[in-house]
Each structure stands twice: as C-alpha cells, then as structure tokens.
Ligand binder design. Structure first.
Ligand SMILES: [Zn+2]
Length: 366
C-alpha cells in the first residue's frame, strides 16, 4: 500500500506565537499557543472577537505556565476585554484543563457537547470505570503483562491531576447547531473516535475549520477504546468524522489544536485513511492462523520504544484497529476462561483466503 505524499500549506506562517502572544489568522480570529510539559509540547487555542468581549476555544493544561500566559494575555493582547464564552472542543486535559478557572474568573458559561462534558466530570472525579483500577483491568484483558501494567499503574489518575475541577453547569453543543460569534456563523460539527462527541467549528463564509484534535497536519489523532464502552468501534467513528470533513470545500483553512494552521485538508484526509488502511492490513496479516491480543498487536503497529504514557495510547489504538475489523466481520473476537480477549482472522474452512488488503481498505473507508 503506497502513501500519498502530503505537504501542508502553512497559510499563517511557520512561526507560532509565543505564549502570551496573539497571532491574527483571519479577521477577528486569533491563534495563541500554550506550553505543555509532555512529549507533545504545545496546544493551539483560538480567541474569537465576540462583540465587546471574546469567545475562547479550548483552555490549555492546568499548569502555572499556562495560567501566567493567560494572565498576561488578559491585559495585553485581549485589551482587558472580558471572556464571554468558553468553548471546549472536547474533554482532554489540554483542552478543558483551565476551563473551570476561566469560567469562574470571567463568569462565563462553558459550552461543550453533552458526551464530552459528562465524560470530563466522570474522569475528573475518577469515578469507575474511568479510574486507574478499571483501566488496568481493561488493559489486562487485552493482554498487557506485569511490567506494562506496573508502568501504567505508575501514572495514577493523570486526568484528575490535570483537570482537578470542571464547571458544575454547561451549555450543550449539538451537531449542526449554529453559533453566532462576532458577526460570523460557526457550525458545530460533531465527530467521535478520539473522544466521545468532539465538537469542531466550521465557518462557511470564511471557509475556516477549527478542527480541534480531529484533523492535525503532522500527527495522526489518537483513537482508543476505553473500559466505559469496551466494545466500541472507535476507529469507525473517527473515519466517519473524517468523511464529514471531506464534504467541506477543498480550499478550507484548518486551525488544528497541534501543529500549524494548514490548507490541503482533502489530501491530508486521504493520507490519514491510507495510514489506517495500512495498519489494518498489518493487523489482518498477523492475525492469520493465530489468535492475538491487542498487546500482541502493539509492536506490530508501533516500531518505536514507548514510555508508559505512550503505551496506554498505543494499546488503546491497537484495540481500536482490531475492533474496526471485528465490526466489519473480518476478525473474530474471543474471550477465554481467564477473561483474555483475542482476535483472529475470520476465515471459513474450504473458502479461499480473503484479500486482506482490500478488506483493510474497505474497513478504512477507502
Ligand atoms: Zn484530544
């Protein structure tokens, strides 16, 4: 399977704004960037002029560095004008981390989809099955061994540390809803797979997509299966989100949460579908004639050394790829007496071997 070449067009330049600085990417639409003490070292946030104030899209991690950058912005680039609304594309800590602080400080409402908001509340409170013990049981069932489980347990409840509180009330965003912000109409486009009900924002008049984490120029969005919905076809949902974006004009400008604002979204979507098709094909190949756990699939999908944080993502991603094929009937899923889940190629005796590459392409929506 050959990869299509993709070179993003960086219409807003290749020099991101420093923390505390604003960079106008379209009239009334500003790009700001917050640091993160992780392998992924930054998040892009967006400020939209909203009458006499601002609407914020995403908030940054709960860290002192992010808080300080906001404090500086309030009086500098934001000219002392108030935040009227806080929109979070989804519930991940880099997006929702400081939402409670921003909402309380500006007496501003939080706008999220219901799935994202309620998930943030569950995770922040560490309620089962979003707690560490449930995650470990989930990974154990998918074949993670002692050392890996120890590493994962060592992380503790990362989410609750990074999102110690979430506003107690919210305004619900729904797919297709129009938000009037600063003289522009922004349409909510919901997409799953990366998180339950991720909201992207589409401005048709300006052909701008605030994509959140669903469409990034360089890295592929993490797609995982979690113990709260252990049989989910998360990759299927993500591919459907990409299909929605593929309906938007090819010339659109994309504002992603990580990396640089870019054009060439349609080519990027094709590349991401091929990326998943190639991984699905590898999973089918190794599951031929043997039953494997998702943990067995991790080294098949990820060649590099993984730390504990990355291992959790990688295991989730391996489950998501296996479940995509399971949902299509290309893989069988079995659970043994010890509760260990394995996947094997669905192949009827006497029938010719299926064309694995075409099965993978179909499963990837190609
Ligand atoms: Zn995310």
């Amino acid at each position: 399977m050959s990869f299509c070449a993709f070179e993003p067009g960086y219409f807003a330049g290749t020099a991101p704004p420093d923390p505390g600085q604003l960079h106008e990417v379209a009239p009334g639409v500003y790009w700001l960037r917050m640091p993160m003490p992780l392998a992924l070292d930054h998040i892009n946030l967006w400020l939209l002029e909203d009458g006499t104030g601002w609407t914020v899209v995403d908030c940054g991690l709960t860290t002192e560095a992010t808080r300080q950058a906001w404090e500086y912005l309030f009086t500098s680039g934001m000219k002392g004008r108030p935040i009227r609304r806080v929109i979070c594309t989804h519930m991940h800590p880099d997006h929702v981390g400081l939402a409670d602080w921003l909402c309380a400080r500006w007496e501003a409402p939080l706008l999220m989809t219901q799935g994202e908001y309620l998930s943030a509340r569950l995770l922040s409170a560490g309620l089962p099955p979003t707690d560490t013990a449930s995650m470990l049981a989930h990974f154990r069932a998918h074949g993670a061994d002692g050392i890996h489980l120890q590493e994962l347990a060592g992380r503790g409840n990362f989410y609750a540390r990074m999102v110690p509180s979430v506003p107690l009330r919210f305004q619900r965003l729904m797919h297709g809803q129009m938000l009037h912000i600063g003289g522009c109409e922004w349409q909510v486009i919901e997409g799953g797979g990366h998180s339950p009900e991720h909201a992207s924002l589409w401005c048709e008049a300006r052909e701008i997509l605030i994509a959140g984490d669903l469409l990034l120029p360089r890295i592929s969005t993490n797609v995982s299966v979690f113990p709260i919905e252990p049989e989910a076809d998360a990759l299927g949902r993500y591919l459907r989100a990409l299909a929605r974006f593929a309906q938007l004009p090819a010339a659109m400008r994309v504002l992603p949460s990580h990396g640089l604002p870019f054009t060439g979204a349609h080519a990027r979507i094709r590349q991401l579908r091929q990326h998943h098709a190639e991984r699905l094909a590898r999973v089918l190949q190794v599951c031929e004639g043997q039953a494997l756990t998702a943990a067995d699939l991790v080294p098949v999908l990820f060649k590099r050394q993984l730390d504990a944080h990355q291992l959790g993502f990688a295991l989730g991603e391996a489950i998501a790829h296996a479940h995509r094929l399971w949902a299509d009937g290309a893989l069988l899923r079995s659970i043994d007496a010890q509760g260990i889940i394995r996947f094997s190629l669905a192949q009827r005796t006497g029938e010719p071997k299926p064309d694995l590459e075409s099965l993978a392409r179909t499963a990837a929506g190609l």
